[in-house]
Design a protein around this ligand. Structure first.
Ligand SMILES: [Zn+2]
Length: 219
């Protein structure tokens, strides 16, 4: 059975997302994979009431193993990402800056060197209805070679090797999106960094043990 610690991490991460203003109400969702099982936040439950035992456990095909409540409506998104990447943890938010940018941009360019944390400019996945298989496919494709993607007219998603790293990354992603929006709002041209510089920064951050998860398709 999946570790109780994993279910507790999911519950704690959900509460952190709301406390930090990265989601509103019961929006957003969180999962972590342990071997061939996934612990995922349930649908529509107030995060104050989310105990570890209410975090659902599913197989990688979605079959419930121990799921007292309906899983997040974005379970297909989480499962598609686990099927296509080496991600061990996923955090999806509706944070304001990343969501705003998802409504006006096709990618978040390398305007800040933190872009290196995400493997390069963060793509915006084309819009599709929440919970749909089409959305799951669009977002998984946008994550190719990245640790983050924006979801058009919807929100943001990050993948990592652990939930702690995913939570850290999603904070940095929101910061980078906020900075880019402010730069755009000046109406002046936004300078961006060359790919070679982003690669150099990625090496420096990695060298200092920063939170850049590695894995096939997930750099
Ligand atoms: Zn959502």
């Amino acid at each position: 059975m999946i570790a109780d610690a994993a279910r507790a991490q999911v519950a704690a991460t959900c509460r952190a997302l709301r406390a930090e203003g990265l989601v509103v109400g019961t929006a957003g969702n969180v999962s972590v994979r342990v071997d061939d099982l996934v612990a995922v936040s349930p649908s529509g439950l107030d995060y104050d009431d989310l105990t570890p035992g209410l975090v659902g456990v599913h197989r990688l095909d979605g079959t419930p193993v121990d799921a007292p409540l309906e899983p997040s409506s974005e379970l297909p998104l989480h499962l598609e990402i686990y099927a296509r990447t080496a991600a061990e943890a996923i955090v999806h938010t509706h944070a304001p800056a990343s969501t705003a940018l998802s409504c006006v941009a096709d990618e978040v360019p390398a305007s800040h060197y933190y872009t290196a944390m995400f493997g390069g400019p963060v793509r915006v996945a084309p819009y599709a209805t929440f919970g749909s298989d089409e959305l799951a496919r669009n977002v998984a494709a946008a994550l190719e070679g990245r640790t983050a993607a924006l979801m058009g007219n919807h929100g943001a998603v990050v993948v990592a090797g652990s939930l702690a790293t995913a939570l850290s990354l999603v904070r940095y992603l929101e910061y980078v999106c906020d900075v880019h929006l402010r730069a755009l709002s000046t109406g002046l041209p936004v300078r961006t960094l060359e790919p070679a510089e982003i690669d150099r920064v990625a090496g420096l951050l990695g060298g200092y043990g920063q939170s850049i998860p590695a894995g096939p398709g997930n750099r």
